[in-house]
Design a protein around this ligand. Sequence first.
Ligand code: SAM
Length: 377
Amino acid sequence: MKLKEVTEGKVRIFVPDPKEYMIEGKFDPSWAPVFYNPKMTFNRDLSVIVVSLLKPKIILDALSATGIRGIRYYVESWKSEQLILNDKNSTAASLIQINVKNNGIENAKIYNKDANALLYEIKSEYIDIDPFGSPVPFILSSVNATIRNGIVAFTATDLSPLEGSSRTSCRRKYDAINYKLSSSKELGLRILIGKIIREAATLEKTVHPLFSFYADYYYRLFAIVESGARKADENINKNLKYFGECPRCGFQTFVDENCKTKCPICGENFIIIGPLYIGPLHNMEFLKRMIDTYSDFNYLSSFNRIQKLLNVIEKEAKYKSVFYNISKLASKLKVSAIPPIDSILECLGDASKTHFAPTGIRTDKGYEEIIRCVKSL
Ligand code: SAM
């Protein structure tokens, strides 16, 4: 395998030479013998900031590929007592050895195992699950392996089931009914969290989001793992519900059951999806720490993008409701000219943009007020 050295953050990593794996003039990372996707730098950059605040004694990067993620945590976030890197691909495991040495890390443990097998052998305070596609095959084992009050991080790139485009696949993988709705970009993340809560509950554990976001073509979630059947039950009872959107007038709300429920505004049958998580997408105290800290990472190539994302998330995090997609709402209401988002925010007074969609607004004000603003502008 021909290698090329790349710099990302503060580390230098050998990756398969992209020139060797071009398809129709474009680099396709999934064709390379070891996976490295430069488009995931933003995901890794933000994760470096999160891990720097967590300072876990043990970091386990269960699906490491080149090792870049765990190596960056060790070099840029925090020198953990133990750094564990694993990949079932033996070529990847050999490359991790090279990359660990190349970055002067002496005490890393490198495994060449199936992640699920490894996760039933060891426990960790921080576990990273960054797979191809869905993280579902690793939820149970990773939650099981995370110590009490430890953190598990998931990337999900399978947006098509989560956002309701592949409905049968969502039913199969996430055990949830799904349809493509106006705010599916956010609902997909909530379906993922709902699935993790239900899987964790089988182990008498539960999870609460610490920080989560949507970017490019994936979701990223950092979650605190708590232990105890009572805590698992409480979280399910309080935070797992269904979501309904009226196909006629666009009214949306959380509902208790997956049953035929009529829209209270126009009487049309709701489209119902779920089960999904309806609680906060971030821990507010942790979010504040992220905002207070990120400027220490101004060397990151995606620093400006991180700043923009955190600024929007800081504002939108205070609202409990799912965002309204103004362009979809305007088209349902047959309002021909979509009002500018800034004008709607001004009209509503207490509202914010959302990072999930450029045409989205987040507010806890009622549907009628939103409609009044959309129609009056
Ligand atoms: N975390 C890496 C990064 O940030 O660059 C990328 C990981 S890549 C998307 C997924 C990796 O998981 C691949 O290297 C693949 O070989 C590995 N993998 C897939 N299934 C696995 C399993 N069951 N156990 C261990 N590794 C697995």
